[in-house]
Design a protein around this ligand. Structure first.
Ligand code: GTP
Ligand code: ATP
Length: 461
């Protein structure tokens, strides 16, 4: 399954140099040498290059793959002599970008493209030579990342359109890319650049943080990579509002309890077993510092008025089980008055359904518990009530359900490809191998199996 291709994405060369500055561009001769003799490393840098690769290999076995090693040495030759603003070798950025992709479980072509992602824009390699050496698949990915960099650079220069419209437009174009794995590489590149933003001048820090908050964090959210979305947002928050960040971080100590979620989940699991209730899943999360800050600002609340710093979600088979689970929850912990919401009997206007309650945990901290069926969860993640729409207050909600389903399929397909797992076909549309997905996206993990059971129903509606 391929996503739609936008009409105007064929730039010959692109550059996003502001994001990842380097000291000295390499000569064309060195660039050609990079692909011609990938493993030939000059004596001065060979030890350092081998050490950097060995470090990556000890963190992620995929760096031992032949394609990845070759890509590493090609990137090493192409970026030799280039330094980051921090004084680190440029190659380190390429390795860290690839390592982020490895953490997601990406395969060798994506890791190789991650290593080579800046060689076209910043080191003079061309599509043809990368394709010759690493195959068209890797070259297409590198070109895709380059196109995305070019697009965001154009958007940065465009002062005429409103920033919000521009960000919306850009995200749409990004998501319409032929291969969404290029978007993934661009996100990894941005995440590492955001992690190392301290070395840039203040004005640039703010500029990139703003752009990241407007474009890249929502993009990670839309792709269901919650962990990256939160990291990006927290880093942006730190750079854009340093005082508020410091103040909130120090206040949070009082409200944060790292072990609380796991303990609550264990307790709830036991109680549900005793009651003989089977559930699909129980998950939990600590609200991120940026999400807390946004909620406080949006709703004009103090820190102690945020009741969902710690949250647990139970997904069950049917409505009746949801109400029984609510009883179990209220038996286990004292409820906080006025915090129960029954969006099951009275769904929100966008169709969102769930039972919400806030209880007082053993640690005497508020704990929000959401209870819903798998159908309700699918709607809450991918339907009109989708969490990313809810969070971003998406203005244009005209997307029809079949379009959403197509989009979900597309995302699931490329994520599964990335992970080398079978694509979970919906019932009635071919065989349906059950995928065991280790992708760290909460969304994808929770949604993969409901998709198998629900896509046909959604298609028909
Ligand atoms: N996906 C999705 N989630 C929602 C939606 N509305 C609420 N939620 C979830 O439910 C949580 C609580 O929402 P509400 O019970 O409406 O409470 P609230 O008005 O946000 O205020 P608090 O009780 O202070 O959290 C949110 O933090 C979301 O996680 C929705 O439309 N879509
Ligand atoms: N009680 C909960 N249990 C488990 N996961 C939750 C819970 N509440 C929200 N989540 C999930 O946590 C992720 C981060 O959500 P986040 O804290 O930013 O916003 P939110 O709590 O859903 O909304 P808001 O900030 O408006 O209250 C989302 O994937 C969301 O679905």
């Amino acid at each position: 399954t391929r996503c739609r291709t936008p009409p105007s994405l064929s730039f010959a060369r692109a550059s996003d140099q502001g994001e990842a500055p380097y000291a000295r561009p390499p000569s064309a001769r060195r660039a050609r040498a990079a692909v011609a003799g990938c493993e030939e490393v000059g004596p001065a840098s060979s030890a350092a290059a081998a050490a950097l690769l060995a470090g990556a290999q000890s963190r992620h076995a995929i760096f031992r793959e032949e394609l990845v090693r070759r890509a590493y040495y090609a990137a090493e030759a192409a970026h030799r002599g280039q330094m980051r603003a921090s004084g680190d070798p440029y190659l380190q950025h390429c390795v860290e970008t690839a390592a982020l992709l490895a953490e997601l479980g990406a395969g060798p072509p994506v890791i190789a493209a991650g290593l080579l992602h800046d060689t076209v824009d910043d080191a003079g390699l061309d599509y043809g030579s990368i394709s010759e050496q690493f195959g068209a698949g890797v070259a297409d990915l590198v070109k895709g990342v380059s196109n995305l960099s070019h697009l965001s650079k154009l958007a940065r220069r465009n002062d005429t359109a409103s920033r919000t419209d521009e960000a919306d437009r850009l995200r749409t174009v990004f998501l319409a890319m032929e291969d969404a794995r290029a978007v993934l590489i661009k996100l990894a590149d941005r995440l590492h650049n955001m992690r190392t933003l301290d070395s840039l001048p203040k004005i640039k820090q703010q500029c990139f943080a703003k752009e990241t908050l407007e474009i890249f964090a929502p993009l990670a959210n839309q792709l269901g990579i919650l962990n990256w979305k939160e990291q990006l947002e927290n880093l942006c928050f730190k750079h854009l509002y340093p005082e508020q960040y410091e103040e909130l971080s120090s206040n949070l100590h009082e409200f944060y309890n790292r072990d609380m979620i796991a303990a609550a989940i264990r307790r709830l699991e036991q109680a549900l077993q005793v009651r003989g209730l089977s559930y699909r899943s129980i998950s939990g999360r600590h609200k991120s510092i940026y999400s807390i800050y946004s909620k406080m600002t949006r709703k004009k609340l103090d820190m102690d008025e945020i009741y969902d710093v710690h949250g647990v979600r139970v997904i069950l088979e049917n409505k009746a089980d949801c109400f029984t689970t609510l009883e179990v929850v209220h038996h286990l912990w004292p409820r906080i008055p006025g915090k129960f919401k029954d969006y099951v009997s009275s769904p929100k206007s966008n169709g969102y359904q769930s039972l919400h309650t806030v209880v007082l945990s053993e640690e005497t901290l508020p704990l929000e518990i959401q209870i819903r069926t798998a159908d309700m969860h699918l709607q809450a993640e991918f339907g009109i009530a989708a969490h990313w729409r809810y969070k971003e207050g998406v203005r244009n909600c005209s997307s029809s359900l079949p379009e959403m389903v197509e989009w979900v399929r597309c995302v699931v397909t490329w994520q599964c490809e990335t992970l080398h797992i079978d694509h979970p076909s919906p019932p009635g549309l071919g065989s349906s191998p059950r995928a065991t997905c280790t992708f760290p996206s909460v969304t994808l993990m929770a949604v993969l199996s409901p998709i198998q059971n629900n896509v046909t129903t959604l298609d028909q509606s």
